[in-house]
Design a protein around this ligand. Structure first.
Ligand SMILES: Nc1ncnc2c1ncn2[C@@H]1O[C@H](COP(=O)(O)OP(=O)(O)OP(=O)(O)O)[C@@H](O)[C@H]1O
Length: 871
């Protein structure tokens, strides 16, 4: 009997960069967040930070007054609608709700009628214990489409590749899970990779000749191949695996693919499309305090098109709306509010829908276009009362508050006020730990309303009876049809809720766009290597196959290129020309050389670039910068290293505030000013920008200033300034400081690898040391302590100052003795409303126990290693 694996491994690119080949293990549904520094403390020198405050306050935000209650507007019943639906034959208004149909007939054919729907059926070849575990998770039978998909010829035994699409929440992950488990159960030596994406892992496997140990590679969210930033990595990875032609099974899945067949052709795979929705979902759109079925958007678009065709120059969105209203009856109405905060119809309907859901005891997930908006809306919703909250739920909410307070950054002011009302927000501006606590509380039903940006739109399994989308925009852009589908797909997930509803709530100016969006087909997913997108030249597409020696001869390269998705989209002749041009460029840049046999050989530079996961373009930039550093490196300070650690791709990073740049520059000592000169920062220009309020155009010069600005933040973090204090100093969110530090950790690992491959040992050692400090968020003396979970930055310093200066000292401590020290390291002085003090201390005590336990484990491992070395 084959050995049963404990788990399979899921890797993210960041893990690979951070941990070399030591993959992180994640559980269940693709958790890609990486644990970050959990420790921080206010820095007494940070202007505006009050250590005595228990709540992390934003000085720009008005104080909350939650006694200022509002009443959510009533949503009128649908009597009129029901009458209309029954008395007319208008098919856009279903007479019987889909809910009642589903109640009448079970949504999934039962396994008693079709034994193949039981995972215990011998056809699936799964061990009994695994089947039992799945049953315990609520999966006692599978859906017919899942069964057909799995039982397709060659799928279960890994002989054929597979591309499939099914609606969001349709159960795609389970199919992939079964296939991965089958592979590793059959051969415990084989690995399964769930790609998010992990192109570099495949590079490593090719270089180390270990591709034989790969059993199955699952590409979730395959439509991401279209993503400008990461899509090409999925394509490169799959292309390499196809070129290898080995036994690796490729699985691609998505909820938003329209060209499944084309992608399956590329991947030489069977394809499967399912439209099965295990949970009935009703979809609506709202405007002007009225709710319509989403199907009526077609009517709206037709009226708009007709007006255009009639050359009605005077016809405006208003006219179209009027015409639509004269023809369509809303299914529900929201009464106008007497509260000024709810005069805006979108706010009125969003709050009304959310509170109605919460009152019924279910969860509402609201998508909002931006972070500030999320917080404002969370505060507004929390002001609307939901009666009859049980004492048990109130206790649980206090637990959540205590958990948030026990974080090293203290509790966010808005969350401190809204959580007890069962409301919270979720976006990338707060830290990973805060997001986890909030999502978990919502998942357990402790919180009833969660207001989020699209960060929660994909691949998340949360119980949302209603998904409410506030407006048709995310950020500045109109939502695309794929994103709309993903957001709506969070409603009513199997095992979480029995039914679901979605509402797209439109602003007055958005109605036409929203109607078109509802009607829009999913776009065709294309290759990012197309010349008008990223192009083959700028990417590592060719460089890496030559470097890992998968294809070095022009004919082999041509073969490889014919395995790309691009080849299925582009004229072969044009593609060949593009490749030729790219090869010339690689030779000109010194990445490859032609040998006597006409094959291409990678240079040392190329090996350094590929092993540090850079594009050729970025590699050239880094190479130039490091060479200059080798000639003149500022060693009497640390800014130079932090500058080198700041990534080159700054997409999504906080922008420069020139006033703050000038302030930081003016505080630099001699050594710091030398760094500025060396890297090319002109103090005169900083002054000019700070005075003019203008911004620099996107050029390489601007990149230097931007990286330098971010390097100031890194320097402060490593100087034991806590994340939230750095955030205040640079007027950014804690989430963005945390993201910066995580990105830099990854980039720093790449730089160290780069130096290693270039043979620059001394520079490598310096970077390695600073890389450790970056991880610890502390000065060198704390590096040992900072290996302990929850002990970073300020916490490590306070422990040190109180005599706990080594692993052993912490390992031998009584957790009770650590508690007062940990409380001392917290930014909060436990002063919310007094009554949850006990819970807060309990959480901190738990942390003290974890710290002592972890220190013991680490100490034990260290002793073991020392004994082995002695032997
Ligand atoms: N056969 C089944 N029986 C019962 N529950 C199932 C079954 N298959 C999947 N589920 C449950 O349905 C929920 C959604 O499934 P899953 O996450 O696999 O969907 P998905 O298609 O991958 O969704 P998305 O596209 O949104 O990521 C999960 O809670 C999962 O446990």
């Amino acid at each position: 009997m084959a050995q049963e694996p404990q788990h399979y491994r899921v890797l993210t690119s960041l893990d690979l960069i951070k941990q070399g080949n030591n993959p992180a293990i994640y559980n269940s549904k693709r958790q890609s967040e990486v644990k970050a520094d959990l420790s921080s403390h206010p820095h007494s020198l940070i202007p505006g930070y009050d250590e005595r405050l228990s709540i992390r306050a934003d000085p720009k935000r008005p104080r909350l007054d939650l006694d200022d209650s509002i009443e959510a507007s009533e949503i009128c019943d649908a009597t009129k609608y029901t009458e209309y639906a029954i008395n007319t034959s208008d098919t856009r208004y279903p007479r019987i709700s889909e809910y009642s149909q589903r109640r009448a007939a079970s949504s999934t054919p039962s396994a008693s009628l079709n034994p193949l729907l039981r995972l215990s059926h011998p056809s699936y070849g799964l061990p009994e214990s695994l089947v039992k575990n799945l049953t315990r998770l609520g999966i006692d039978s599978i859906y017919p489409w899942q069964s057909s998909c799995l039982l397709g010829r060659g799928v279960l035994n890994g002989k054929t590749n597979l591309v499939y699409s099914a609606p969001t929440g349709g159960g795609k992950s389970l199919v992939a899970d079964v296939l991965m488990l089958r592979r590793v159960i059959e051969d415990p030596q084989k690995k399964a990779i769930l790609v998010l994406p992990a192109n570099w892992l495949v590079n490593d496997a090719i270089e180390n000749c270990t591709t034989d140990s790969l059993g199955v590679v699952v590409m979730d969210e395959l439509h991401m191949i279209d993503d400008y930033y990461r899509g090409y990595l999925i394509e490169l990875m799959a292309t390499k695996l196809l070129t290898l032609g080995g036994t690796v099974q490729l699985i691609g899945m998505s909820a938003t693919l329209s060209n499944t067949e084309q992608l399956a052709r590329w991947l030489n795979a069977k394809h499967y499309v399912s439209n099965y929705k295990p949970i009935p979902i009703e979809e609506f759109w709202t405007f002007d305090n009225s709710i319509y079925p989403a199907s009526t958007a077609r009517e709206f678009v037709e009226i708009a098109d007709q007006s255009k065709a009639d050359h009605a120059a005077v016809s405006s969105a208003d006219d179209v709306t009027k015409k639509f209203k004269s023809r369509m009856t809303p299914v529900r109405w929201i009464s106008e509010s007497r509260f000024k905060e709810l005069q805006n119809p979108v706010a009125n309907v969003v709050v009304g829908l959310a509170i109605e859901t919460a009152k019924a005891g279910f969860g509402a997930l609201i998508f909002c276009s931006n972070r500030k908006g999320c917080e404002t809306l969370a505060r507004l919703v929390s002001r609307a009362k939901v009666e009859d909250i049980s004492d048990q739920v109130l206790e649980q909410r206090k637990e959540v508050l205590a958990e948030l307070r026990s974080l090293p950054i203290g509790i966010d002011e808005t969350l401190a006020r809204t959580v007890m009302r069962g409301v919270a927000f979720h976006h990338a501006g707060i830290t990973v730990e805060e997001r986890e606590i909030v999502a978990e509380a919502y998942n357990k039903g402790i919180l009833k309303v969660l207001v989020a940006t699209c960060s929660l739109a994909a691949g998340i399994n949360l119980p949302a009876r209603r998904v409410i989308i506030q407006g048709a925009k995310m950020g500045k852009l109109t939502i695309g049809p794929a994103m709309l589908r993903q957001m709506r797909g969070r409603a009513g997930r199997k095992g979480k809720d029995e039914i679901g509803e979605t509402y797209l709530c439109c602003h007055e100016g958005d109605v036409v766009e929203a109607a078109q969006l509802i009607q829009a087909e999913l776009p065709v997913v294309a290759s990012c290597l197309e010349p008008e997108k990223r192009g083959i030249k700028r990417q590592a597409a060719l460089l890496e196959v030559i470097t890992v020696r998968l294809a070095t001869h022009p004919i082999a390269i041509q073969e490889y290129v014919r395995r790309t998705l691009l080849f299925h989209i582009m004229e072969a002749q044009n593609l060949d020309l593009m490749v030729e041009e790219a090869i010339h460029q690689l030779i000109a840049d010194g990445f490859i050389e032609v040998d006597n046999s006409g094959s291409y050989q990678a240079t040392q530079l190329s090996r350094a670039v590929v092993s540090s996961y850079m594009t050729p373009e970025d590699g050239l930039l880094v190479h130039g910068e490091l060479r200059r550093a080798l000639q003149a490196f500022v060693m009497d300070g640390e800014l130079h290293v932090f500058y080198l650690f700041t990534p080159i791709q700054l997409n999504g990073m906080t922008e420069i505030d020139w006033q703050i740049f000038r302030r930081e520059m003016e505080n630099l000592d001699d050594s710091g000013m030398r760094v500025l000169r060396l890297i090319g920062v002109n103090p005169g220009l900083v002054n000019k920008m700070a005075n003019s309020g203008k911004s620099l155009p996107e050029t390489d010069e601007r990149l230097i200033y931007h990286r330098c600005y971010l390097a100031f933040q890194l320097r402060d973090l490593c100087d034991e300034t806590p994340i939230h204090a750095v955030a205040q100093r640079y007027k950014v969110t804690t989430g963005s400081v945390q993201t910066l530090s995580q990105c830099c950790e990854g980039f720093a690992a790449g730089m160290i690898q780069f130096c290693d491959r270039m043979g620059w040992g001394m520079l490598k050692s310096v970077l390695e040391h600073m890389g450790d400090r970056l991880k610890a968020g502390a000065r060198a003396d704390l590096l040992e302590l900072a290996r302990i979970p929850f002990v970073k930055s300020r916490t490590a310093r306070v422990l040190w100052d109180n005599g706990f200066r080594s692993l052993l000292a912490v390992a031998e401590a009584d957790p009770k003795d650590l508690l007062p020290i940990l409380l001392l390291a917290q930014p909060t002085k436990a002063r919310m409303d007094g009554q949850d003090e006990g819970k807060y201390r309990q959480k901190m005590m738990l942390k003290a126990e974890i710290i002592v336990g972890a220190a013991n484990r680490l100490w034990g491992i260290q002793q073991q290693v020392e004994i082995e070395v002695d032997i």
